[in-house]
Design a protein around this ligand. Sequence first.
Ligand SMILES: Nc1ncnc2c1ncn2[C@@H]1O[C@H](COP(=O)(O)OP(=O)(O)OP(=O)(O)O)[C@@H](O)[C@H]1O
Length: 324
Amino acid sequence: MHKSAKKPPNRNDLPKLIENVPEEHKGYVKDLCLKMLQHPAYGQPYDWTTRDFEMGAPLGRGKFGRVYLARERHTHFMVAMKVLFKAELQKGNVQRQVLREIEIQSRLKHPHILRLLTWFHDDSRIYLALELASQGELFKILRRSPNARFDEPRAAKYTYQVADALHYCHLNNVIHRDLKPENILLTAADDVKLADFGWSAHTISNKRNTLCGTLDYLPPEMVEGHTYDDSVDQWCLGILCYEFLTGGPPFESHNTEMTYDKIRRLALHYPPYLSVGAKDVISNLLRKSGSSRITLVGVMQHPWVKKCMEKRNKQLLELEAQQA
Ligand SMILES: Nc1ncnc2c1ncn2[C@@H]1O[C@H](COP(=O)(O)OP(=O)(O)OP(=O)(O)O)[C@@H](O)[C@H]1O
């Protein structure tokens, strides 16, 4: 049976679209929706160009380009505009990596994966209009936190949200492979957004054996040059959770060989301030054999994670009350 394509919402759907929006934001959201509905790009193909955006302050710079705060002229919707120079991409021989990142990121639609809203290019540059994550890199926030670490409620909440995003990736046959705090951004609402899919790969069927990713986050199967599957992301989630809670990755050493050796031997130390629950999650993720690692759903349902999430929500409500 032919299934008719779902029609995009129109003006008459507006009351329904905003029914769950808190009263104090209804006016702003209604206005934004109306402007979106009237935009020439709404519901049809549109050639976006730099003329559609007002560029603002720089947000940061990467190896191959710069990221600016930008505002769509018609709706005033704020985005992070990543500008990549074609000549630099060519010099660094990373054109394929960027195209893969664009292809994968425009396909993935999940609340904890940074959305690529649209992209376009001119003679010398590629522009990526990305969802704005106004608190920036989680890595910098972690380094600025007391003792350069997060408390357990905060660490568990971010671990849950990353697990949720990775689970969605795996369901869509994508392995991230380069998980680390530098590749995670934080929104104004304290939600994480997984970014940087430059190293990610489609899994489809066969296992892979390319060595990529960051040294401290490499799983034993990649260090040993074996084939690997999507359980590499569970290992990386274990390293990430450890780094959130202690301020550094567990196998960090002075040189590559020592790090590799520690990873192979699974030589890690748990500081005494870590709770039993936190150690349980980490040790179940950092298993040598990929198939014995706790699943991502298992992480999301872990009692320590669930309890800490409740505490983090309470902390945020208290913070909000203090600021009001
Ligand atoms: N969506 C976003 N919202 C807010 N800030 C962002 C966003 N994307 C990037 N940034 C800021 O811009 C900086 C550079 O980002 P970019 O993705 O170009 O580089 P990178 O991933 O850090 O480096 P690399 O070139 O190695 O990939 C980030 O560190 C972050 O501070």
